[in-house]
Design a protein around this ligand. Sequence first.
Ligand code: BTN
Length: 252
Amino acid sequence: MSEKPNQLIGRDIIYLSETDSTNEHVRRLLEAGGLAAGTVVVAEQQTQGKGRAGREWESPPGGLWFSVLMKPKLPLERMALLSLVFAVAISQALNKYAMVNCQLKWPNDIYIKGKKLAGILLEAGIYDEQNYLIAGIGINMNLDKDALSPANWELAASLSDYSPKHLDRLQILETILQHLDLYYTRFAGGRFNDILREYKSRCFHLNQQVSINRAGKLITGINIDIDDSGRLILDVGNKIEAISTGDVHVLQ
Ligand code: BTN
């Protein structure tokens, strides 16, 4: 455990060699007797890493797999905006190490050169009558081809392929935590619109033809905007649709 008194996010860091899922680990510690807001759990590998929409997240050694506990005093719909806020923060931090700028895919995937570099899984709950949010962050850092299943390797990027330097996991973790803390402070200070502007400037499918699967129904249209509730706005021809969840596919 290490301490950083001037930062909320990452003030306490718990380092593990292995766990099932850092999100689950944080939840268990919280439920076993409380855990301070801002605590981070980082593991060298996860045996049951979780992705969005119930998918598996392969987490071999070499990647950066960690979760942050937040206890924001915010209604659920505002908490959901943290998904975009954290995506901007992480892409900004990773740009310090990558030779090519990272881009964003709604709501919170970080891409580099058309492949997925990092993802975020937000899980909210209530403990001791207080809302909490666990932000789980997975970054493909020093991954080699054999570490991932072939289907995932096709879609994934490793930061090490875009960096001239050797990548030190814990140094990058520190940079990311500083950025998460900075952007969280801006968000809590009412500056979501500035962050949203930054998000849009990095989002690679704005003004593109996209399709999105909503409750089993495919919606296709031009992604004309992301509104200040964080929803994807699609012009589907005869009307405008506002979408709150789903996976975006860019159509060529
Ligand atoms: C996604 O893009 O589907 C989200 C991936 C989130 C993966 C991270 S790795 C650390 C944390 N622990 C988990 O089990 N999942 C998240």
